[in-house]
Write a protein that binds this ligand. Sequence first.
Ligand code: ADP
Ligand code: MG
Length: 636
Amino acid sequence: MNKKQKKLLLRILVAAVFFVPLYLISEEIVPVSLPRWALLVLFLVPYLLVGYDILRKAFLGIKNGQVFDENFLMTVATVGAIVLGEYGEGVAVMLLYQVGELFQSYAVGKSRRSITELMDIRPDYANIEEDGALTQVDPDEVEVGSIIVVQPGEKIPLDGVVVEGTSALNTSALTGESKPRDVGVDDTVLSGSINMTGLLRVRTTAEFDESTASKILDLVENAASHKSKSETFISRFARYYTPIVCYAALALAVLPPLFCTVTGIGLESYPSLGKLWGDWVLRACTFLVISCPCAVVISIPLSFFAGLGGASNQGILIKGSNYLEALAQVKVVAFDKTGTITKGNFAVTGVHHSVMEDEKLLEYAALAECHSSHPISKSLMAAYGKPTEQSRVTDVQEISGHGVTAKVDGVAVAVGNEKLMNRLGLEPILCHHPGTVIHVAVGGAYCGHILITDELKEHSREAVDALHRAGVEQTVMLTGDTENVAKKVAEETGLTRYRAELLPADKVACVEELLQDCSASRRLAFVGDGINDAPVLSRADIGIAMGALGSDAAIEAADVVLMDDDPIKIAKAIRISQKCLRIVRENIVFTLTVKVLCLLLAAAGMADMWMAIAADVGVMILAVLNAIRCLFVKHL
Ligand code: ADP
Ligand code: MG
């Protein structure tokens, strides 16, 4: 509890201690006779003590022309009750209202804190070595290319590459994955992970603002500003609702007694005119108290906030409540293959029909690919095994969905699929082995092909299963790879459909086709790794980028970012959103039902004012507790 909350608690307790004996006296349960004026003065002590800030806010609201809010409702209702001589009721309402306020600010603060604690990736300092001694500097001041030292137990402050040392990193704050990651020289390390075992010297590759930790924090902080439909509805609702309720209460206070007074109908059941008016004004005050919309207004944004937080603790960053809402309605999921369903670590399983030594062919391929970030290029360079001398490579051109052309030692080299060869007017020799075939042409002549194979990710099959269980009707793989490979992968994972040999533009067309039988309640999500599929990511209802840790393009283009590359997280994200929306719906139905019931009772004169506020605060507490459930994510 913070200072403000402690102070409020103290005020509530002291006021309650004052209030209880006074209430017993005023109800004549304890036989002490006090004159009315003395009772009023005594009741005003706990009233002002517990409620002065509400009165002040209501007054300021009126002064600033923003009259209708909860403070106004409470002030009018309690002042009304006290003027009518219902001292106990007036004070009780204020007291209970503040209990509700205290609980709510505590709960909101607590869920906010538990999210930020788990998102505690903001680095405080970086160690720079100067004359053999370490000095701590602000990570903001470290320039790209500086060497920083990260000791065991410290957070890595900036993205970089290890130049000395080995260690295990805890990346759970970034990915939700608790298994440590081993790193050594030349490995990339990301800010926000925690160095657990060894001392590392790291050459930074990004400034603080461009580092992973800052980017993630930005994303999480901005998420709250993308409102869901229910949230915008609620804030619009509150804007009209409160004034309407106030006028309705005014009507309730004036019209029925006026009618009685003028026509004389029903007048006989009241001892006096004053009693008649007093009764109806009190009913109007009760009506005001009941209609206070706080439970709904508070619990809905809190549910979404908790849902976003719960997801980010699992390494799932959702860029706004609107996407959380849309995720719950996903019925079609389209996948990219390489890097999404398969690992994207191709192993070279053969070199066929080569007109030169196999080694030489691989060297040409690896060199030509040395500027590409495609998983195929990474794998070819890894298979070649030697450092690629970039100075030997010029005129590099990467053709999306085809491959690469470049000059190696001044000779034209083309590396890619059948389409690329056809485009260059060459006749490739086809391969009948299963796997991805990379054809190589050197100096304008076909020189053979390299066969590479990829593996499924560990959880791909389970992930597809989990999606179907979460209510997804269609899972479709869209790939640029050949029919053979696509078919095999689709069968092994249990995908409902696949489309092969697509260029990036064809993927967009496919997604558009799939979108035709989608609607506002049947959404389509596309999952990709962000390498050459940014257009599709942005075209889908929801773009999910996977394994995006460290890939800027993907983080920009996607609506949902999965920090690690485990496909099981897709179903998890959908489950989280479904749970969150279910809770929002529960809260709306529950609070509105109780409200309507109380309103009916009050209009019939059957509800006391303080019963009404007790119901209101009770409903609010239950709704907030329910909303907080969004934070907790069950394992699938
Ligand atoms: P996927 O849908 O599997 O992610 P891509 O659209 O990334 O496929 O690539 C489709 C095909 O284009 C690959 O299977 C490969 O044959 C060829 N290709 C793309 N980029 C390269 C590259 N850098 N080197 C060689 N071949 C490539
Ligand atoms: Mg791809």
